[in-house]
Design a protein around this ligand. Structure first.
Ligand code: GTP
Ligand code: MG
Length: 195
């Protein structure tokens, strides 16, 4: 999809602040600093609409990006960031869980994983949790530009095996640097939206 209109429509810490116009939503879950916000920017061809940082813990609220009056991409705070306080982590956890569990117009979760390394314990927990609640998932293995092309498939296999990923969950190799995987990912997203 070639996106012309994208805007930050809401930043929410709870349901009262979610958008209320009923458009379908696709959320991004993943470790802090894995590249969720960068992935959004790449999908919508904007350099820094979603704020990114080399420091983990940048995104601290649920940020709803409205795309072409058709859908929202929901950027979530990352998990597994050791440096935020226990209380803050618990708060973020509750915020994310509340959204992922109760949002009926959520059509798909992009579970973003770093292609360079095997999934962490937190990645496995998140994947198990999402599958337990039957949330539709596409696994996105990002930062592919940091892995030599000859090793892409091997790393992808390690990710699938470590997560014990189900066959119904596709894995897309992605890079926010090069744009690799962008069209494939859009196809998966559009597949999930009402026609
Ligand atoms: P939080 O908001 O803290 O949860 O992080 P995030 O997952 O939103 O990560 P963000 O998009 O802010 O990116 C973190 C860092 O990784 C930044 O320095 C990005 O430039 C870098 N980055 C993200 N995606 C890629 C990628 O595909 N390739 C490379 N080389 N760097 C990337
Ligand atoms: Mg972010």
């Amino acid at each position: 999809m070639n996106v012309h209109h994208a805007q930050l429509a809401a930043s929410a810490v709870g349901p009262a602040q979610y958008p209320s116009d009923g458009l379908p939503e696709v959320a991004l879950a993943g470790r802090s600093n894995v590249g969720k916000s960068s992935l959004i920017n790449k999908l919508i061809n904007r350099r820094n609409l979603a704020r990114t940082s080399s420091q983990p813990g940048k995104t601290q609220t649920l940020n709803f990006y409205r795309i072409e009056n058709r859908m929202y991409l929901t950027d979530l705070p990352g998990y597994g960031f050791a440096k935020v306080s226990k209380t803050t982590r618990a708060k973020w956890g509750k915020m994310i869980e509340e959204y992922l569990l109760k949002r009926d117009r959520l059509k798909l979760v992009l579970h973003v994983i770093d292609l360079r390394h095997p999934p962490t314990q937190d990645d496995i927990l998140m994947y198990d949790w999402l599958t337990h609640y039957d949330v539709p998932i596409v696994i996105v293995a990002t930062k592919a530009d940091k892995v030599p092309r000859g090793k892409w498939q091997k790393h992808a296999k390690v990710i699938r095996e470590t997560l014990m990923a189900r066959d119904i969950h596709p894995l897309v190799l992605f890079s926010a640097e090069t744009g690799m995987g962008k069209d494939e990912l859009w196809k998966h997203i559009l597949d999930r939206l009402p026609a």
